[in-house]
Structures are given as C-alpha cells and as structure tokens.
Design a protein around this ligand. Structure first.
Ligand code: ASP
Length: 338
C-alpha cells in the first residue's frame, strides 16, 4: 500500500509526549506495549536484553500474521499478545503479579474495529493464554465478558490450553509478593491505600494492529495490580476502559492504574475525541493521558493507532515499554525515556 511505502521509525518524539507534544509515528501496522516500566537503574542488562527480545518476538509474530494473504489485525493482536503472555517477564500470563492472598488472577480483552465485536475474561486462573480465551468469548458466545471459574470452564470446553495455577508463578513475582505481605503486616491500615495509589505493577501487555483490509483491532492482557484484593477487576478486560477498537477512529490498549482508566473510560474517550471532535490520534490520546488523568493522579499510558497507521504512545509517569513495526518490517523498541 502506498501510504505504507515510506520507511519510518518509532521516533523518540512518540515516547516523550509527556514533555513535548510531538507528532505520532506513521505507517505502523502493529504497536505493542509491555506496561509501565521501572527506571532504567532497576533493570539488569540481562533483563533488558530479554525484554527487548520478547517484545521483538511479539512484533514479529503479529507481523507474520499481517503478511499472510487475508491476515487480520485481530489475529495479529492475539498472536503478539500470546508471545508476551508466555514470557515470564511481563505481568500477563506466566509471570503475573499476585493477589493479596497469593494467587494469580488474570484479565484480558480483545476488540475488532470493523464490527465492534469484543470478548473478555476476568479473574481466570487456569487458561494459559487469557487473550485467546477473550477471543473465544467473542467468537463463540453471544456475550462480551465472562468471569472467574466459569470463564476458565468455558475456555476448557472451547478446547483451549489449560494449566495448573502454579504455571503462572515466577520466583521473582513471588518474592515481590512476600515483601508486600510483610509490609502490609507492618502497616495493615495502609494496604488498601497502597493499592489505590501506588499499587500498580509494570508489565501489563497490549497490542493494536491495522491490516491490509484497513481494519483495526486492539487487545490487552494482565495479572492486574500487585497485591490487589481477590476478585478485583481492573480496566484491562473492560471494553472502553483498557481496550477499544473502532475503524472510524482508532484502536487503543492501556496500562496503568485500572481504577482511573475505568472511571475515565480512557480507551473510548480517546476514540470519542477523534470521532466527535475531529482530533488526531496523538492529540486525542495526549488530552486523555496528560490533561485528564495526570492532574488527578491517574498514572498510566496507552498505545493508540488510527486507521491510517499513525501510532502514538503517551504516558504520564515513569516509562512505558513499547514497540512498533511498520509495513516494511522495521522494528522499533523503546524501554525507557530514550
Ligand atoms: N491496568 C492494569 C490493571 O489495573 C494494571 C497495569 O496496567 O499495570 O489491572
């Protein structure tokens, strides 16, 4: 396609939006995020290398789908997110954070921009790839969101891969959990306040894609916020909050403090600003992340892709792991404020 002909880069501008309102990156067919990142000095060189490798593998998996004849953005989003769910480094699938009672409860959603069809699961504990369970809800039921053991049961009956809950556990996350438990024991009254203000954990994953038919799709998968109460559901499986896709505007996947993203209907608000106010994807995403969420303390960011392939990735705190691939196969990955 002509509009994808130019070789482009995921510019530094796209990642410094908090400081400078730079234009979005054009010609993108797939964008991904790996959640709010830690500071550079908190990441070992080995973890940095592996994070980059896994983000690239996710981009390549999604891109391969888009290159197939008839390859859809929906399939690309699912393929990319599955790679990140299988990586122990991200807070999704294997490597998810723990609830306050030491379990992994996973949320995911997916949406198709052409039809506004969507599927989601929340609080699942045994389906290996929650994004595929979300997709199955979309494809095989008349519903949008299934929760808890019934959602796991549905995934099993749909033939999806089921694992023991212990599959999701990694030693690093478990140690983080034990530290948090100790902290909560020392100041029990602070536990909920901590969860609301600073309880997010980096590593939620998401993808947005545009296929050759011009269709957008978005998806998000997470273990939620660390030390969340059992049964807590964040924005990631909520259509319009953590995930949204509409060919008439954009595809969005969010990461951050889910309670804010739910209250501010973040993903849908970005789409609505484009649709009803004629804003560009970059202007719409910046308005929501920087002007609306930041002043009220709602930490987080989004990746948002419009139907012309313009990707923007604003975030309002720390850094956000993110990457993109353009129509010509150029991969760009940014972990920090680079
Ligand atoms: N948004 C996710 C949630 O609130 C967490 C995150 O993105 O870090 O469940």
């Amino acid at each position: 396609m002509r509009r994808f002909a130019l070789l482009t880069l995921l510019t530094v501008g796209a990642v410094r939006l908090a400081a400078a309102r730079e234009p979005s990156t054009p010609h993108v067919v797939l964008g991904i995020h790996g959640g709010l990142g830690p500071d550079r000095n908190e990441v070992s060189p080995a973890a940095e290398r592996q994070s980059r490798a896994d983000l690239e593998a996710a981009l390549r998996a999604g891109y391969a789908v888009l290159q197939r004849p008839g390859g859809t953005s929906l399939d690309a989003v699912e393929a990319a997110i599955r790679v990140l769910e299988d990586s122990p480094l991200f807070n999704a699938g294997k490597g998810a954070v723990f609830t306050s009672d030491g379990r992994n409860e996973l949320d995911a959603s997916i949406m198709e921009g052409k039809t506004l069809r969507a599927g989601a699961v929340a609080g699942v504990t045994t389906v290996k790839n929650p994004i595929t369970a979300a997709r199955a809800v979309m494809d095989q039921t008349k519903h949008v969101l299934l929760i808890g053991p019934a959602a796991d049961g549905f995934a099993k009956s749909a033939g999806l891969q089921i694992v023991e809950p212990a599959y999701f556990r990694t030693e690093e996350r478990w140690q983080q959990h034990l530290k948090a438990v100790e902290k909560a024991r020392q100041s029990p009254q602070g536990a909920d306040r901590h969860d609301a203000r600073a309880g997010h954990s980096w590593g939620t994953v998401g993808a947005v894609a545009l296929d050759k038919m011009g269709n957008l799709a978005a998806g998000t998968s997470t273990g939620g916020t660390s030390e969340k109460r059992p049964g807590r559901v964040g924005d990631s499986p909520i259509i319009g909050a953590g995930t949204y896709a509409d060919n008439a505007s954009c595809a969005v996947s969010a990461t951050g403090q889910g309670e804010f993203f739910i209250r501010y209907s973040v993903a849908h608000d970005i789409a609505a600003l484009m649709k009803y106010k004629g804003k560009t994807v970059a202007a719409a995403a910046e308005e929501v992340i920087l002007d609306k969420l930041k002043p009220v303390g709602g930490e987080g960011g989004v990746i948002a892709l419009d139907a012309q392939g313009n990707l923007t990735a604003p975030y309002n705190s720390g850094g956000m792991f993110r990457g993109s691939i353009t129509a010509d196969g150029q991969v760009r990955i940014r972990l920090f404020d680079e």
